[in-house]
Design a protein around this ligand. Structure first.
Ligand SMILES: [Zn+2]
Length: 229
């Protein structure tokens, strides 16, 4: 049985059986925190509601920019659009992703140095990706190479990367799989470690149920606190 709560504690005690998924107290989109202590900053426990009720379609207008001369990234924009339009993705949470040249949200694929700059005040070490306000910054290093412990192909890693960071754009925080062998939430920091869980590039049913409430702040800004380096 899955136990999920918006508790403030870094780990949520189970009231009956070991929880398979926990919400963590972590900055919403600092992937460098995979190598940094957890629990240094605290996101809002109960985010203020959006203007979109759960039974209405939440429209996310976005555009894609691939800022790299690397020919291997030439099809990145097509891949991103394909993932966002995939029926296995966040659209199941009653979310409509629409491409528009004047969109308020931008999904970028950039090299490490630019990712480091765009993600500030998060320190992504030039290697990780982030969501920073209206920007979803996908690091080209990870896009090309995935991570050594990823058990699938690079295409499935890219799918996970897109869904994870766009999940942050939707206001989703990190989730943690704590039961060995369970399917990792897509909001698990799978680029850091799989914790014995099964790699997963798509949002899980419980993540979709959370996102479908439309109660999260869209495109959250970095918290106004110092981030652990
Ligand atoms: Zn994240």
């Amino acid at each position: 049985m899955l136990l999920l709560t918006l508790a403030a504690a870094a780990c949520v005690p189970s009231t009956g059986g070991k929880p398979a998924v926990l919400l963590e107290r972590q900055p919403p989109s600092a992937e460098a925190s995979a190598e940094a202590p957890d629990g240094e900053v605290e996101p809002p426990e109960v985010p203020p509601p959006t203007d979109t009720p759960a039974d209405a379609v939440l429209t996310i207008d976005y555009r894609v920019e691939v800022r790299s001369p690397d020919p291997d990234l030439a099809d990145a924009a097509t891949t991103i659009t394909s993932v966002l339009e995939d029926p296995r993705g966040w659209q199941q949470a009653n979310i409509d992703f629409r491409q528009s040249p004047d969109a308020p949200y931008t999904i970028l694929v950039v090299e490490g140095e630019e990712a480091q700059a765009l993600c500030q005040p998060y320190d992504v070490g030039g290697r990780f990706s982030c969501q920073n306000g209206p920007l979803v910054v996908l690091n080209a290093i990870r896009w090309r190479e995935a991570v050594p412990h990823w058990p699938g192909d690079v295409a499935s890693y890219r799918t996970m990367l897109i869904n994870h960071e766009v999940g942050h754009l939707l206001g989703m925080h990190h989730l943690r799989c704590t039961e060995e062998g369970a399917v990792a939430p897509v909001m698990e920091q799978q680029s850091g470690t799989l914790r014995g869980c099964r790699a997963n590039p798509w949002p899980t049913p419980i993540e979709l149920a959370l996102a479908a409430t439309h109660q999260f702040v869209i495109a959250p800004a970095p918290l106004d606190v110092a981030f652990p380096q």
